[in-house]
Ligand binder design. Structure first.
Ligand code: SAH
Length: 249
């Protein structure tokens, strides 16, 4: 049992903060990564280019997030009111900080949304978060990766962490599938075996005096398959069509 139940508004309480992003395309791609996972709060600390056509192109339908993005001139303005601040970092720093993996991060973030807004910070493409920025965080989160090549593209890092947030949220459910037609009971199966046996006889498929060994294997097959009512209707229809055709000859 989870220790607490995530609130429906959880994802809306988590903001993504991109600090000093160099490439506008990454801002657009990050917005898209957020929107597909149901996040909407985007903060941009001193972006080099924004708004920008490359951001819009890469957002690909998530331009509402770009339009709603808050552009601020200090990290303080982006995180000052937050109950929890976590910095995403591609490498360990000389002064070790409490470190979470993405799943642990999502669980902590989900819990903290009960106390107030949560911020997840991302650094610039070239140098990452500064030590000053990282020292304003309660935790760091590291996406496990190749130690010799550990730096993901900014928007891809946003994607992975937003996915984990979604998986920790009440919105994690898979899309509902059409309920399958109910399985038939054994009385229906018995009527079908009788029908099938008549059909197989009519086309001389069953030639032996004693059809029992063959029918036993067929029975085993259908009991294993557990056909639904709809499938049974199809099978019965096939038997009927063969019997009707044979009868006309
Ligand atoms: N070259 C930079 C990384 C920049 S990647 C460096 O060495 O720090 C841009 C941002 O994506 C990073 O600041 C970080 O916020 C995020 N990021 C990239 N790879 C990551 C990883 N493996 N784990 C956590 N965050 C990551």
């Amino acid at each position: 049992m989870p220790a607490f139940t995530p609130q429906p508004a959880m994802l809306a309480s988590i903001r993504i903060v991109l600090s000093h992003t160099s490439h506008a395309g990454n801002i657009g791609a990050a917005a898209r990564a957020m929107k597909v996972m149901g996040l909407s709060e985007l903060y941009l600390v001193n972006p080099r280019q924004f708004p920008h056509e490359e951001a819009t192109a890469m957002a690909s339908g998530a331009d509402d997030l770009l339009a709603g993005a808050r552009v601020v001139d200090s990290i303080e303005s982006a995180i000052g009111d937050c109950a929890l601040v976590v910095g995403a970092s591609a490498r360990t720093r000389s002064l070790a900080w409490p470190m979470l993996d993405p799943r642990e991060f999502a669980a902590k973030a989900a819990e903290a949304t009960r106390e107030g807004p949560v911020a997840l910070l991302f650094g610039t493409e070239r140098t990452g978060l500064t030590n000053e920025e990282l020292q304003r965080c309660h935790y760091h989160v590291y996406i496990p990766s190749n130690p010799d090549y550990s730096s993901l593209n900014l928007a891809q890092a946003v994607q992975i962490l937003c996915y984990e947030l979604r998986m920790a949220s009440p919105e994690r459910a898979m899309p509902a599938v059409e309920p399958e037609s109910p399985k038939v009971g054994s009385a229906d199966l018995e009527r079908y075996f009788e029908h099938l046996e008549r059909m197989l006889n009519s086309v001389d498929f069953i030639k032996a005096e004693n059809p029992k060994p063959l029918m036993a294997k067929i029975r085993r097959l259908y009991y294993r398959a557990q056909p639904s009512q709809e499938e049974m209707n199809i099978l019965r229809g096939m038997c009927k069509a063969v019997l009707d055709t044979v009868a006309q000859k």
